[in-house]
Design a binder for this molecule. Structure first.
Ligand code: AMP
Length: 388
C-alpha cells in the first residue's frame, strides 16, 4: 500500500490493527479506546493482555499469511507491539493495509547484526561488535575485541535472553554451544556508569517529539527500574536525544521508537539497542506525561498531530515480575497505602519467574522520592516492606 507523505488522518471511530498481544498492545489499546478508536489484535495466543481490552482478538500463527491479510484488510492501519514477527508477515500485512512503522524497520531491528551494522554505517555510536558464525571466528573475534565480552544471538533476543558473558578464552567453545551454534554477535563488555534510554515518536511528515533521557536499572538483563528524568548531566541527556532524533530520521520511523544507551564512565554514549515501539522504560509516561508513549504511537500511526510530551511530575517505575508471586498473592492492599503509586497489571494468569506481570509508577516532587516510594511499594507487595 502506498504511504503518501500527505496521508489522510485516520480519525476516531476507525479500527487499528495491532500485531502482537502483550502488555504494550494492552496499554496501546487502552489509549486508543479512550480516544474512540476500535482495536483488533492478532497473535498465536488467546485471552491475551491486548485481547482482553481489544474489540477483537484473532488467534493465528504469524506464519498464516492468509489470516494476516484478512486481519489487515479489516483495519485502517496496522501497527505492532512485538517486533519479532517474520518479514513475510509484515510484507503480507503491507499488501493489505498501511503498516507503521514499516516492515523494513522491523527487519533491521529484529536482528542484532543488521541493527548494529545499520548504526555503525550511519556513523552512530555503537558498542564494538563482531559477526560470529562459527567457533573459529568466535575465537578470532575475541582476540580482536578482547575479553570479557558478551555473545548474543543475532535474532530473537530480548530481556537478556540468548546472551552469554565470556570472561576467559576457556569459555569460548562453551559459549558457542550455549547460543545454539548459530549466527551471533560478539560484543565488547561496556564498563558503564549507567544506562539510559530515549523514547521518541515521529510522523509521516517528519515531526519529532521525545520523552527526554530516562535512567534504567537492570537485574539479570531485564529492566527493573526506570527513573524519569534520568539523573545525568543535561549535556548527556541532550546528546542522547539528538542521537535518537538521527535514528528515527534515518530509519524514517512512523510511530514510536526507543533507543537504549550505555553511558560510559567518561560520559560518552554508546547505543545498546533499538526497539521500534513503545518501551518498558517509557511506561511512566502513562501516568506522568500529558501524552503517553502509547497515545503518541496512536497519533503517529493515524497521521494525527503529535501530543505534548511534557512531564508533569518526576516519576519512577518498577517492574513486577512473576517472582513476586512466589510467596502467594502479592499484598495489593499494603502497596495501595502509598497514595502516589499507580498499579498496572497486565492480565496474565500464569506468574512465571522473570515474566513481566505488571508495573508500579510512583509520582513525587523529586525523582529521589519517586524512586524511594516505588521501591517501598514493591517491597510491601512482596511482604518485605515496613508498613506505613
Ligand atoms: P540487551 O538485551 O542486549 O539489551 O541486554 C540486556 C542488558 O544486559 C543491558 O541493558 C545491560 O544491562 C546488559 N548488557 C548487554 N550488553 C552489554 C554490554 N555489551 N556491556 C555491558 N552490559 C551489557
Amino acid at each position: 500500500m502506498s504511504q503518501a507523505r500527505s496521508a489522510q488522518p485516520i480519525l476516531p471511530g476507525s479500527t487499528i490493527g495491532v500485531l502482537g498481544s502483550g502488555q504494550l498492545g494492552r496499554m496501546f489499546a487502552i489509549a486508543a479506546r479512550r480516544m474512540g478508536y476500535r482495536v483488533h489484535t492478532l497473535s498465536p495466543d488467546e485471552d491475551t493482555p491486548t485481547g482482553q481490552v481489544a474489540d477483537l482478538e484473532i488467534q493465528a500463527p504469524y506464519q498464516d499469511l492468509n489470516a494476516i491479510c484478512k486481519f489487515a484488510s479489516g483495519v485502517s492501519v496496522v501497527t505492532f507491539e512485538f517486533e519479532n514477527v517474520p518479514a513475510e508477515t509484515a510484507a503480507a500485512a503491507e499488501r493489505c493495509a498501511p503498516v507503521r512503522p514499516s516492515g523494513h524497520i522491523l527487519h533491521i531491528t529484529q536482528h542484532r547484526l543488521r541493527e548494529k551494522t545499520f548504526l555503525s554505517q550511519s556513523g552512530l555510536p555503537v558498542t564494538t561488535f563482531r559477526h560470529v558464525d562459527s567457533c573459529e571466528n568466535l575465537k578470532r573475534a575475541a582476540l580482536e575485541i578482547g575479553l570479557p565480552a558478551i555473545l548474543k544471538t543475532a535474532d530473537f533476543g530480548y530481556d537478556g535472553k540468548g546472551q552469554y558473558r565470556i570472561r576467559t578464552e576457556a569459555e569460548l567453545a562453551q559459549a558457542w554451544v550455549a547460543v545454539g551454534e548459530r549466527e551471533a554477535v560478539l560484543e565488547a563488555l561496556v564498563d558503564f556508569d549507567c544506562e539510559i534510554s530515549v523514547v521518541a515518536a515521529r510522523t509521516l511528515n517528519g515531526d519529532f517529539v521525545h520523552y527526554g533521557a530516562i535512567e534504567n536499572q537492570h537485574q539479570n538483563g531485564i529492566l527493573d527500574i526506570s527513573i524519569a528524568p534520568a539523573r545525568v548531566p543535561p549535556r548527556i541527556a541532550a546528546e542522547a536525544v539528538e542521537i535518537a532524533r538521527e535514528v528515527l530520521e534515518k530509519l524514517a520511523v512512523v510511530g514510536v521508537l526507543c533507543v537504549e544507551f550505555f553511558v560510559r564512565r567518561d560520559g560518552g554514549l554508546l547505543i545498546n539497542e533499538l526497539a521500534p515501539r513503545p518501551h518498558n522504560s517509557g511506561h511512566f509516561s502513562f501516568d506522568a506525561n500529558v501524552t503517553s508513549q502509547f497515545e503518541q504511537q496512536l497519533r503517529a500511526v493515524c497521521a494525527l498531530p503529535l501530543g505534548s510530551t511534557q512531564q508533569l511530575i518526576p516519576a519512577a517505575m518498577a517492574n513486577l515480575l512473576g517472582d513476586i508471586w512466589n510467596g502467594g498473592d502479592p499484598d495489593w492492599d499494603a502497596a495501595a497505602g502509598i497514595r502516589d503509586v499507580k498499579l498496572h497489571l497486565y492480565g496474565k494468569s500464569a506468574a512465571r519467574p522473570g515474566r513481566k506481570m505488571g508495573h508500579l509508577t510512583a509520582l513525587a516532587p523529586t525523582t529521589e522520592q519517586a524512586l524511594a516510594d516505588v521501591k517501598r511499594a514493591r517491597d510491601l507487595l512482596s511482604g518485605n516492606g515496613e508498613p506505613l
